[in-house]
Design a protein. Structure first.
Length: 91
């Protein structure tokens, strides 16, 4: 079953390879979507794919890469749309 999740992560999450690590992990499990830095210092991502793979990406966002200090990860589960061909870093 395919699903979609939008995640907003806060804490010390910029300048710690969060977007790059998220892209590598998403590519490795065939999850599509995007990740970007937010003006408020957080990181936002949208993931689409098989439910277990999207859940794995959400769990990664709750921890982040080794240098990150995630204080919160807000998750909104959404209906799968299938609008992405790959996973991209937005600038």
């Amino acid at each position: 079953m395919k699903t979609r999740a939008q995640v907003v992560v806060s804490g010390f999450v910029q300048g710690v390879m969060f977007r790059e690590t998220t892209k590598r992990r998403a590519d490795s499990v065939n999850v599509t979507g995007w990740v970007r830095n937010r003006d408020d210092g957080g990181v936002e991502a949208v993931f689409e794919g098989e439910e277990n793979d999207v859940k794995a990406m959400v769990e990664f966002c709750r921890r982040g890469p080794p240098m990150a200090k995630v204080t919160n990860a807000e998750v909104e589960w959404q209906t799968y749309v299938g609008e992405f061909d790959s996973f991209e870093i937005c600038f």
